[in-house]
Design a protein around this ligand. Sequence first.
Ligand code: PNS
Length: 165
Amino acid sequence: MTVAVYPGSFDPVTLGHMDIIERTAQMMDHVIVGVLQNKSKTPLFSAEERVRMLEKITSRIKNVEVQSFDGLLVDFVHKCRANVIVRGLRAITDFEYELQMAQTNRVMAPDIDTIFLTTNLRYSYLSSTTVKEIAFYHGRLEEFLHPFVAEQVRQKVEDYYQSKN
Ligand code: PNS
C-alpha cells in the first residue's frame, strides 16, 4: 500500500494545491495532507481553520485525509506510516528550495522518497501569498480558490479591517 504525505502551509489552500491533491489521490492508495502548524511568520488562518477548509473541499475524495503536524516533516511521515512525500513544482524558481528540502529529508530518513508533480499550467503562477494580497485589496478570488475557501478568506479580511476601526 502506497501512502503519500502532501505537506504544506496551505494558508489558504489554492486551486493549485487542489490539483496536486486530486492527481496524487489517483496515483496513491492513500493521501494525507499535512498542514504545518508552526511557522516563523504568522499565518492568516490557524492550523485548525486550514485543516477544516481542506477537509471540507476534499471530502468527496475518499482516499484523502487531512492532519496538522508540528516539528520535522520526516517524523510526521513516519508517524503516518507513509513512504512518499509529494510536492508540487510550479516553475524552475521552486526547484532549488525543493531540491534542498528533498535531499535533507532523504539524509534524515532514507526510507522516504520525495516525488514532484508539475503544477497544472493554469495554476503555475499561483501562490497563497499572492491570493492573500489580492484579498486584502478586495480583488476577485474565485479564479484561484474554491468558493468555500474564497468566502472564508473574504471573511478573514473583513474581520481584519473591522479590528482596525
Ligand atoms: O507550503 P510550504 O510553506 O512551501 O511548505 C513547506 C513545508 C511545510 C513542506 C516545510 O516547511 C516543512 O516540511 N516544514 C517542517 C519542518 C521540517 O521538516 N523542516 C526540514 C525540511 S528540510
